[in-house]
Design a protein around this ligand. Structure first.
Ligand code: ATP
Ligand code: MG
Ligand code: MG
Ligand code: MG
Length: 569
């Protein structure tokens, strides 16, 4: 590639709304440009890295026996109604209607569509196992798209789906994907960790996330440095059993959420009760009189994954005059390390103050969510038996590891991959069956496996940058080598030598760019350091007189000289 004919759009400054380094640098280097919230153009430099990630992912998926397909971005509502997710998915699902008033969704994931393929195409046990994957654009209407490509609304994902005859087969497919993921993230040159993503039944976890370790990561992960125990915070913590009572400070209200009536009608018809599980809690600590008696601190205690939408609509609105404490205020008040605390607005605003701390707290009112109900004006039931309080776990640094092999450490991670044993959830809901050896129909055992292709770019930068810009791992750098000629416009010798070098490197299969723009050295160097090309060759008259050219790795302090012939080799 020659720079004069390429598309370079570096910027001195990043827009003010770019909060983290990777977002700032991708904008400054001209990799991406914002089109709308969470929606980006990938300019040529950015796309080159995307394609390199895709290539590695594709190679390893194929090596693991998966077969590539391409499914549509626009999916008919009927499939989602069949699986039940048309009702369940919530506001992240972008729904659309065509000119005939038919409902569609913009696919956030493809379990429904792929299960539909399987039930049409797979008839016999002889066709199993099979693993289908695609690299495709997803849409999720994230409540707070941010950090550039890290949490976009439109983004590229590799998603794979395995179909097996039985649980043992599913486990084999799952392991093959786990191993493929390990190879992928290793080849991508990332510092990563696989963590259990659910509590796991006997016989191991049915879900793992792959996290790139970075302080800016939105997830908290827990691991034992002395063993291979590692889990995300949700899996690591047993969630507190919660009882609620009337706080007596404001009217207790219990409001059914939409959808509840329908469930109740069905339950009544079937003569069964509905389970109520407390999903989340809002705490407010009463303020001293001199501060007007207003609640000073409001914390959200959440179970699992909640959208902020839900939180805002159901609780905050019902609790007027309260506000969310900042991280500093929380730490100040409770003396709890901020490990995984966050103010409202972070994605998981409140992985709670330690339950142990809650258990020791006095005087507060809270709002809460049961499944399908919102409650206001209740109080956390703190008269739990001693044993149960001790059971309320919040993992803190130094806690004993569950495997008894050491103590736990916490760090932050960026979820770049997720492998999941689905079992027969979709195959049963959508009747995806095959005929076994005896001719009997059986539901297929399914697994699903995602990788955030575009998120990986952000994650890689969070791990590899300095004051001058990005430092790409070679495998996904937009270019592997840049040739910077000094005095392109002046010196015939430089042009000739740089050109020869360029040809030689290209012939050797190196992904090289020749900067023939005639820019000053300062501008050239700044651009390529910002873009993060891992290797730079400088060709100048001074060196050529001695038959030398200059090489500098992006992480090197100093350049070194090479004989022209050697460099061309
Ligand atoms: P998160 O917890 O970050 O919201 P998720 O668990 O919802 O991610 P999955 O459904 O597991 O995501 O999707 C598979 C992969 O797709 C994730 O591991 C992640 O790498 C990527 N991904 C998910 N959401 C986004 C997004 N909004 N922008 C970019 N990549 C994403
Ligand atoms: Mg998500
Ligand atoms: Mg997740
Ligand atoms: Mg996930």
């Amino acid at each position: 590639m020659k720079a004069s004919r390429f598309f370079i759009g570096t910027l001195k400054e990043a827009p003010a709304d770019a909060e983290i380094v990777s977002h700032q640098l991708m904008l400054r280097a001209g990799m991406i440009r914002r089109v709308a919230g969470g929606i980006y153009d990938y300019l040529p430099i950015g796309l080159r890295s995307v394609r390199k990630v895709e290539r590695i992912v594709r190679e390893e998926m194929e090596r693991a026996g998966a077969i590539e397909i391409l499914m549509p971005g626009v999916q008919p509502a009927e499939l989602w109604q069949e699986s039940g997710r048309w009702e369940q998915y919530g506001p992240e699902l972008l729904r659309l209607r065509d000119r005939h008033q038919r409902d569609f969704v913009l696919g956030p994931t493809h379990e429904e569509v792929v299960t539909d393929i399987a039930r049409r195409e797979i008839k016999s046990y002889r066709q199993l196992p099979v693993n289908l994957f695609q690299i495709q654009t997803k849409f999720r209407d994230e409540i707070r798209p941010r950090f550039g490509v890290m949490r976009g609304r439109e983004f590229i994902m590799k998603d794979a789906y395995s179909f097996d005859r039985d649980v043992a087969g599913l486990q084999r497919s799952y392991e093959a994907m786990y191993e493929a993921y390990t190879r992928i993230f290793t080849r991508l040159g990332l510092d990563f960790r696989a963590v259990a993503a659910d509590n796991g039944s006997i016989g191991g976890s049915g879900s793992h996330e792959f996290h790139v370790i970075a302080d800016t990561g939105e997830d908290a992960i827990v691991y034992c440095p002395d063993s291979d125990y590692a889990a995300n915070i949700e899996a690591a913590e047993a969630l507190a059993p919660v009882a609620l009572r009337d706080a007596g400070t404001q009217p207790l209200t219990r409001v059914p959420t939409p959808g509840r009536a329908k469930c109740e009608a069905v339950a009544e018809q079937l003569g069964i009760g509905l389970e109520h599980t407390i999903k989340s809690i809002v705490l407010a600590v009463d303020a001293p009189e001199e501060q007007g008696g207003e609640a000073q601190i409001v914390l959200l205690l959440l179970r699992g994954d909640h959208s902020l939408n839900e939180i805002k609509a159901s609780k905050v609105a019902g609790l007027s005059g309260w506000r969310f404490a900042s991280e500093a205020e929380i730490v100040d008040h409770f003396g709890t390390p901020p490990g995984y605390l966050g103010p409202i607005g972070t994605r998981r605003p409140v992985r709670v103050i330690a339950d142990r701390t809650v258990a020791a707290m006095s005087d507060f009112v809270c709002g809460a969510n049961e499944v399908d109900y919102h409650l206001n004006g209740v109080n956390w039931e703190r008269d739990l038996p001693e044993a149960e309080v001790a059971d309320l776990r919040n993992v803190v640094e130094g806690d004993p590891s569950p495997d008894g092999k050491g103590t736990l450490s916490l760090c932050r991670g960026i979820e770049v991959g997720h492998v999941f044993q689905l079992g027969t959830k979709y195959s049963e809901a959508m009747s995806a069956t095959y005929l076994d050896e005896t001719g009997k129909p059986q539901p297929m055992q399914m697994g699903c496996y995602g990788i955030g292709v575009t998120r990986i770019l952000g994650a890689a930068i969070e791990q590899n940058y300095d004051a001058r810009g990005m430092i790409w791992p070679e495998s996904i750098a937009p270019f592997e080598v840049v040739i910077c000629p000094m005095g392109w416009d002046r010196s015939e010798a430089v042009r000739e030598q740089a050109g020869a070098l360029y040809d030689a490197l290209r012939a050797a299969g190196v992904d090289v760019i020749l900067d023939d723009r005639g820019e000053r050295p300062g501008v050239m160097f700044a651009d390529w350091e910002l873009i993060g090309v891992p290797h730079r060759l400088v060709v100048g008259d001074r060196g050529l007189k001695e038959g030398k050219i200059e090489y500098q790795g992006r992480r090197d302090e100093q350049a070194s000289l090479f004989d022209v012939g050697v460099a061309a080799d």
